[in-house]
Design a protein around this ligand. Structure first.
Ligand code: IVH
Length: 690
């Protein structure tokens, strides 16, 4: 009755210890790619736990590391032998390390050849961040495939690979190209693009499953799925980058290999390049690094390979890696560090944003000391606490954020975090918006809100007032000189007082006053943007400025009329209407005008107001074939017309696309002229009503 065998307390303790350690190692390996122990040590721990669970089935539970996808026991799959072994790559982190790599190659070849090789020709490729696999094609058929495993031996995941659409079940015979060889093994990376990754995690979260930490983790986990249906449901992709073996064909070089494979239907990264010198390699690295920010998939570096297969053969490899290739890594975008504190920042609109104060760390080449925690919901979801070790991430220009917490490293007694009930600056009780997750300080006179609004008002996209940075704004507010933007323009008579302020001085004050004087004639779009109306960014400010031509006209318009504007959605319309409906904010704007600020309307306003469609109301109906509705609406508005959603007596013209609906019937009833798309297109082209 071994299945009923009760584990002793010692065994229970050991099993729990092992599970804890393995969970931590899984996390380090799969989520951070930064293992604490060797694969061998990991396997030893895993086998010990498997043995215990086998001997004491009462220990078995679905949360055990022996049951997790990221660490499925190797026994679940058949073995897959790699011949030659799948090696790893040396890494370089700067240009010098790449130069040393070339120098090592040159010295190595000098022992073999009489002549010196001075210039290597290289192929560079993106280093895709996924999971390495090998594919075997026999007589043109895809017959098997395996994971990298320990390099000599991986797991046979043929069934899972068969679900990947990019892998041809049978190789193509090109019309003008060589037929596929009798036997071919190739290596490549299976990955998920960022879109696929996000979708997958959304589905998982909806199903109450833990999301994957990153696309690599998701790809690796998916490949080792025991249920092929699950693998098939995930959008895995593959790019082949290396030759294993070939029989019945000869590749001369990596470039020859990369050119030939697609002819047989095998996908390679299209982004490979020949480089005739290291200078060209470094130039390409800069391009890759830049492209990485916009890339639809994760790249963690660029792989540099000696092109010629003859040279590759002569260079050979060490036990770990080839001498003819190196990975030039990108600076990592994820790092772990410790949350030293959680503070709250009060934004321009009063929103309280929790921010993690971090032990400083370099991420992707930038020093990071803070990361946004967004809002209370996010804090709750990730359960970030002071003292936690966290993974932080920087993507593009985005503010760094906390990705996950390393639960295993949480100090005892760490408390759950809650955004304070009072604004940390003015102590006003905070309120939570009904529809939004944001908690805000409702006090418009709150020091933080005032300072942030002024900063925004003076910022580059707004009035662009030189000499009015964060420090000066804080000083002016703290010393009582400024409470609202209009006060800035009343500073010149107080020159004498300003000069006495710390770090100010005559020159600084005079420059500031001059900059303010100049800012009075700012362009209208910048003025609108500077008001800081929620959801009104620089682009929308431009649209509104062109449409209304003055602040007074914009302030008069109601919400419904705003929605009629192409590019203004209901949320934005509501926000603009709320802004001008609020006595206090209306005063902020009018006080500015009273203080002598005279925004200049864009030139195109006059044209729009007098445009050929000026004063005309259009209604669009049916499917437009020549353009989208959005584009049609924009075109009408550009010529001074307006577009409405409903046909009424006020409608001047109806533009009817294919299968128009009841609007057409109504237009006919009201005797309103109806244009087909051709007429409409002609009117736009000729800029006149036909
Ligand atoms: S060549 C013997 N090329 O990076 C040379 N590897 O850190 C084999 N990788 O195990 C590798 N993109 O999984 C090569 N264009 C590329 C690659 C690439 C990603 C992965 C591969 C390898 C790991 C080494």
């Amino acid at each position: 009755m071994s299945s009923r065998k009760e584990p002793t307390s010692e065994i229970l303790k050991r099993a729990a210890e092992l599970a804890d350690q393995l969970h931590l190692h899984n996390y380090r390996y799969y989520a951070l790619d930064d293992p604490l122990v060797s694969d061998a040590e990991y396997d030893r721990l895993m086998r010990e736990l498997q043995k215990l669970e086998f001997g004491y089935p009462l220990l078995q539970n679905p949360n055990s590391p022996t049951q997790r996808v990221g660490a499925d026991p190797l026994e679940a799959f058949g073995r897959f032998i790699h011949d030659p072994p799948m090696r790893s790559l040396e890494n370089a982190v700067d240009d010098d390390e790449v130069r040393e790599f070339e120098e090592r190659g040159r010295r190595y070849l000098a022992q073999i050849y009489d002549r010196e090789i001075n210039n290597f020709e290289y192929i560079v490729e993106p280093k895709l961040d996924g999971s390495a696999v090998e594919l075997v094609f026999r007589d043109g058929d895809f017959v098997s495939g395996g994971t990298r495993g320990n390099g000599s031996q991986g797991e046979d995941i043929t069934k899972n690979l068969q679900t990947i659409k990019d892998i041809p079940p049978r190789l193509k015979r090109p019309k003008n190209g060589p037929p596929p060889p009798r036997y071919l093994t190739v290596r490549g990376e299976v990955f998920l693009d960022l879109d696929g990754f996000k979708k997958l995690n959304r589905v998982r979260e909806e199903a109450g499953e833990a999301p994957f930490a990153n696309p690599r983790n998701a790809a690796a986990g998916t490949l080792r799925q025991l249920n092929t249906k699950i693998t098939a449901s995930r959008p895995l992709k593959i790019c082949i980058y290396a030759l294993g073996q070939v029989d019945g064909f000869e590749f001369k070089s990596q470039s020859h290999f990369l050119e030939t494979l697609p002819k047989w239907g095998i996908p390679v990264s299209p982004d490979w390049h020949g480089c005739r010198s290291l200078t060209a390699v470094f130039e390409r690295y800069a391009i890759f690094l830049e492209a990485r920010e916009r890339s639809p998939f994760e790249m963690d570096g660029m792989v540099i390979k000696v092109d010629s297969f003859e040279l590759q053969r002569d260079l050979g490899h060490t036990s770990r890696a080839p001498r003819w290739a190196i990975a030039y890594k990108f600076p990592p975008k994820q790092e772990h560090t410790v949350v030293e504190d959680i503070i709250v920042q009060v934004g321009r609109t009063g929103v309280l944003t929790p921010v993690a104060v971090l032990r400083p760390v370099r991420v992707g080449g930038v020093d990071v000391a803070r990361a946004t925690l967004h809002n209370q919901d996010e804090v709750d979801k990730k359960d970030v606490r002071v003292g936690d070790t966290v993974v932080i991430q920087r993507a593009g220009d985005v503010i760094p954020e906390v990705v996950t917490v390393v639960r295993e490293l949480r100090p005892k007694g760490a408390k759950k975090y809650r955004i304070p009930k009072k604004c940390p600056v003015c102590r006003t009780p905070s309120v939570r918006d009904e529809e939004e997750v944001a908690v805000r300080c409702p006090n418009p006179a709150c020091g933080a809100v005032v300072k942030e609004s002024l900063r925004h008002f003076a910022s580059r996209g707004a009035l662009d007032i030189e000499g009015l940075g964060e420090k000066v704004v804080n000083q002016l507010v703290d010393e009582g000189f400024v409470v609202e933007p209009a006060d800035l323009f009343k500073l010149s008579p107080r020159r004498g007082e300003l000069i006495k302020l710390e770090r100010m001085g005559e020159k600084k004050v005079d420059n500031l006053i001059a900059a303010l004087e100049e800012a009075k004639r700012c362009p209208l779009p910048r003025f609108i943007f500077g008001l800081g109306i929620r959801h009104v960014g620089e682009h929308l400010a431009e649209v509104l400025a062109v449409r209304f031509g003055s602040i007074e006209a914009l302030a008069r318009i109601d919400q419904e009329a705003l929605i009629e504007i192409h590019e203004v959605g209901p949320r934005v319309a509501e926000s603009i209407a709320n802004y001008f409906g609020n006595e206090r904010s209306r005063r902020v704007a009018s006080n500015l005008l009273d203080a002598g600020v005279a925004p200049e309307a864009p030139a195109s306003v006059a044209e729009a107001a007098e445009g050929p469609f000026a004063g005309k109301m259009f209604v669009l109906t049916g499917t437009l074939v020549r353009s989208t509705r959005g584009a049609a609406k924009a075109a009408i508005e550009n010529l001074g017309g307006r577009v409405s959603g409903t046909v009424s007596k006020k409608t001047d013209f109806v533009v009817a696309g294919e299968s128009p609906g009841s609007k057409l019937t109504k237009a006919e009833k009201l005797d309103i002229p109806v244009w087909d798309e051709d007429t409409f297109a002609r009117a736009l082209l000729n800029k006149q009503i036909p």
